[in-house]
Design a protein around this ligand. Sequence first.
Ligand SMILES: O=C(O)COP(=O)(O)O
Ligand SMILES: [Mg+2]
Length: 224
Amino acid sequence: MTPPLAVDIDGTLTGPSRAVDPRVMSVLQEWDDHVVVATGKAFPYPVALCEFLGIPITVIAENGGVVAVAGEEIVFTGDPDSAWAVAEAYEEAGFGLGWDEPDFVNRWRETEIAVALDQPLDPLERIAADHGLEVVDTGFAYHVKTPEVDKGKGLEAVAHTLERDPAEFVAVGDSENDVATFETAGRSFAVANADDSALAAADEVTEASYADGFLEAVDRIETE
Ligand SMILES: O=C(O)COP(=O)(O)O
Ligand SMILES: [Mg+2]
């Protein structure tokens, strides 16, 4: 029996460039149970992914800051004011968010901010801590967020809404921001390109990387 799925986007459904691998599309479209897209990306991105796939909108965005299930009220948690205060203080200290203008990474972000990986981490962590926030490195961006919010709590909320047990879910991901999902789901896979924290937290690690790793995990889920 196919379990419900919680899947990360960047580094898991994509290649290194963040382009979604077209082979994952039909897998997600044909999945026999719920597909929860659980990402650090800003809210509209996973919604658009579901929309273009033609699957129900069931998303955890911004590392858990936004939880949306079609037909239900959208739940926002997090502290956007503090996150933007961190961005301002970081810029005042002479640094920047590091994205090309227009900044499509943060433009529609509701609960946290993301900083490019080529920007200095130490001052960002220091300023975030001064505001009671933390920095999570997804391998694609530094996210400044409240420590109380994560994808695992997002999965609990989604499971509750769907009247399912979070332990029924299988999670697939690649980085630090997926660790909480791995701890909440009943079974978890890190793709081979995952960072050390995700590799350590996952029940299983695929031999293949990126979308190939996701497809390998699917194969194991379906055949074991
Ligand atoms: O937005 C990011 O930095 C990472 O996104 P992801 O959680 O889908 O990998
Ligand atoms: Mg990822």
